[in-house]
Design a protein around this ligand. Structure first.
Ligand SMILES: *Cc1c(COP(=O)(O)O)cnc(C)c1O
Length: 461
């Protein structure tokens, strides 16, 4: 036999296992009904393969676990803080670090410092917690991502790019004084885990320098973004992930990070900047909202695990296998003609629920419905990214109607194997086969903020 292509495999072996509970269809029907047809309200015990999120769900390495034992739980000046500070400087390139309990803690502080009431914050598509903190600080988020990002079939290699014409239009409309910074996400979760190119960031930098607007980055997934730059952008194929990450960050005044993603830890976040004044203010605020500036709501051991996770996240074999796993199941789905967002993103597969359940109108929550159906079929837990996640318009009170109505399958890092991917794939295809018989839902309980977490639904008859 002639080998046509050499496969990759997970670049680790398994030392500790966590048994998975198998459930029956009946068990699952009961569980999802009890959870108001919202996969966020399921007990994790009732879930077989959990693709709800890759946030805080990564498996830590033996090197990280060993670091946990070296936690220095001193209230002030923990040595783990200094290890983290060293690695943030070394890998992200920022001098000043403020740790936070997770990403939104950093978003809260950054938004409070930079935003005044009445400001506008342009960004490459919104992220739920990011936008909420910008709005709570008195700002209005304005989407300036390229149009291609809103088209789930467009194959643009950098769908996270910013449209400078849209940004220019905003500057002309509201004036630079009302734009404290551009909020750049890498990669863009809501567009399907799509990257932004360095070329685009460089052009943005020229524009922002000219208008004296700051640039801040949500660098939560900047390593995944760096991998796409390496594989897709001219001139970067021979650079290491670490080199690309550092260059990428060099264009920004500061970053905020949810360490629960790229950084391979179960909890943690950070804010880092080269601007001493912003750092000073952040250090003041962190004491109010998170904890002392040398722990920010984290245990010393958490900071050590994060410092070590940062070293591991830039290893090429790791990030290649991480994104390779997503591409593996994505390509199976494409072959089976299941509608997904293309190109395949960095951390997740997004099923296009608008197409998948084209007979269900958006007001009957097609993505929410599809996530429930997949769970009922196999115990695979996914989540809605559509009209429920988009929330309501602040002024009119009506739903926001996003163009994208998606179900997200998000892959924890280093947790599931290729066989888990096969089982998941088969379940989705089965649901796809019987899609015409699936009915929509109505919302029977709606929380005020980030409603997708706790909203409850009922099946329409
Ligand atoms: C997860 C995430 C956040 C929020 O971080 P938490 O750690 O969940 O508070 C912000 N931005 C992006 C891009 C994220 O993925």
């Amino acid at each position: 036999m002639k080998i046509k292509k050499r496969s990759w495999a997970e670049p680790f072996k398994i030392k500790v296992v966590e048994p998975l509970k198998m459930t029956s269809r009946e068990d699952r029907l009961k569980a999802i009904k009890k959870g108001g047809y919202n996969t966020f309200l399921l007990k994790s015990d009732d879930v077989y393969i959990d693709l709800l999120t890759d946030s805080g769900t990564s498996a830590m390495s033996d090197y990280q676990w060993a670091g946990m034992m070296l936690g220095d739980e001193a209230y002030a000046g923990s040595k783990n803080y200094y290890n983290l500070e060293d690695n943030v400087k070394k890998y992200y390139g920022f001098k000043y670090l403020v740790p936070t309990h997770q990403g939104r803690g950093a978003e809260h502080i950054v938004s409070k410092i930079l935003i005044k009431k009445g400001d506008y914050i342009p960004g490459n598509m919104y992220f739920t917690t990011t936008r909420l903190h910008q709005e709570l600080a008195g700002g209005t988020f304005v989407d300036v991502i390229i149009d291609e990002a809103h088209d789930p079939d467009n194959l643009h290699p950098f769908k996270g790019n910013i449209d400078l014409n849209k940004l220019d239009k905003l500057v002309k409309e509201v004036g630079v004084k009302k734009i404290p910074y551009v909020s750049v996400a890498a990669t863009v979760n809501m567009a399907g885990g799509q990257p932004i190119s360095i070329q685009n960031v460089k052009e943005l930098k020229v524009f922002c320098d000219k208008h004296r607007i700051k640039m801040w980055c949500d660098a939560t997934r900047a390593v995944e973004n760096a991998y796409f730059i390496k594989t897709r952008e001219k001139g970067y194929a021979n650079k290491t992930i670490a080199e690309i990450l550092k260059e990428f960050c060099s264009y920004f005044e500061g970053i905020w990070v949810s360490a629960k993603k790229d950084c391979l830890v179960n909890i943690g976040g950070l804010l880092a900047t080269r601007n001493w004044k912003v750092f000073e203010e952040a250090r003041n605020l962190v004491v109010v909202y998170e904890g002392l500036h040398t722990y920010g709501g984290l245990a010393g051991r958490d900071m050590e695990a994060m410092a070590r996770g940062i070293e591991e996240m830039v290893e090429l074999d790791h990030i290649k296998a991480r994104i390779g796993q997503v591409e593996y199941i994505g390509n199976l789905l494409i072959k089976a003609k299941v509608p997904i967002v293309k190109p395949i993103g960095g951390h997740a597969i997004f099923l296009n629920a608008k197409k998948f359940l084209s007979h269900i109108p958006q007001t009957q929550f097609p993505a929410q419905t599809l996530a429930a159906e997949i769970y009922i079929d196999s115990g695979v837990r996914t989540m809605e990214r559509g009209i429920v996640s988009a929330g309501r318009n602040k002024v009119t009170g009506d739903h926001n109607y996003p163009k994208l109505e998606l179900v997200r399958l998000t892959f924890p890092r280093r947790v599931y194997t290729q066989a888990h991917m096969d089982v998941t794939f088969e379940s989705i295809v089965e649901v796809f086969e019987k899609r015409k018989s699936i009915k929509g839902m109505k919302m029977i309980y709606e929380p005020k903020y980030l409603r997708f977490f706790q909203a409850r639904f009922e099946k329409l008859k």
